[in-house]
Design a protein around this ligand. Structure first.
Ligand SMILES: N[C@@H](CCC(=O)N[C@@H](CS)C(=O)NCC(=O)O)C(=O)O
Length: 208
């Protein structure tokens, strides 16, 4: 299986999930501005939407959209408990979180803050919205180790990835001590440490 990702972007969550699930994969890094992998492969031939993550399965099928990719990975190794069993209420809670993170936090807030084409008014609006989103997340994580129950799930892989963006986006995470402590716990997990180190190394190769 092959994961196509861009260093420290939303695809980091899929990278972390693969490691947490103990699934072997080949990692390909995409230079999004060129729609090309570091090896020079035309990324649009792999994933015509041009976005990461994309997971090429051993069957040759290519799966895209982070929430779908994350759940597929989780379902390959149920013993790792990265997602509750399909059909249970807990699984719908996971999907509820993945959708919230994707639409309300990733896209509405951070995609706006990072996009140089967005006008200053849109960025100012995103900065007001982030407070409401983080207040909500913080209230849900108060006194709990993870978003759902006692186990780390792929929703935590996604939220940890998003919280990494606070510093480069100029969002002061220390305003939410619960989220800051949660972020530190996630970054201390071996899977996050390994994936982040590998993606930083890929980013340095891209810059060279
Ligand atoms: N709906 C997609 C969005 C993925 C996405 O926004 N990926 C970003 C990186 S975090 C990307 O590929 N950006 C380049 C682009 O949109 O052209 C998903 O959930 O996977």
């Amino acid at each position: 299986m092959d994961l196509y990702s861009a260093p420290l972007s939303c695809s980091l969550a899929s990278h972390v999930a693969l490691i947490e699930a103990g699934l072997p994969a080949n990692y390909h890094y995409v230079v999004l501005s060129k729609r090309q992998t570091l090896e020079g492969q035309d990324y649009l031939k792999v994933a015509p939407k041009g976005q990461v993550p994309a997971l090429k399965l051993d069957s040759g099928e290519v799966l895209t959209e982070g929430p779908a990719v994350l759940q597929w990975i989780a379902d390959q190794n149920p013993a790792a408990k990265l997602a509750p069993v399909a059909g249970t209420m807990a699984r719908y809670r996971l999907q509820e979180w993945l959708n919230y993170l994707s639409t309300e936090v990733h896209k509405m807030v951070f995609a706006t803050l990072f996009n140089p084409a967005q006008p200053a008014e849109a960025k100012a609006f995103a900065r007001t919205v982030v407070a409401a989103k983080f207040d909500h997340l913080s209230s849900k994580l108060e006194g709990r180790p993870f978003l759902i129950g006692e186990d780390f799930t792929v929703a935590d892989a996604y939220l940890g990835t998003i919280l990494n963006w606070c510093k480069p986006a100029g969002v002061e995470l220390s305003r939410w001590p619960v989220l800051e402590a949660y972020h530190q716990r996630l970054m201390a997990r071996p899977a996050f440490a390994k994936a982040v180190a590998s993606e930083l190394e890929a980013r340095a190769r891209m810059a060279a």
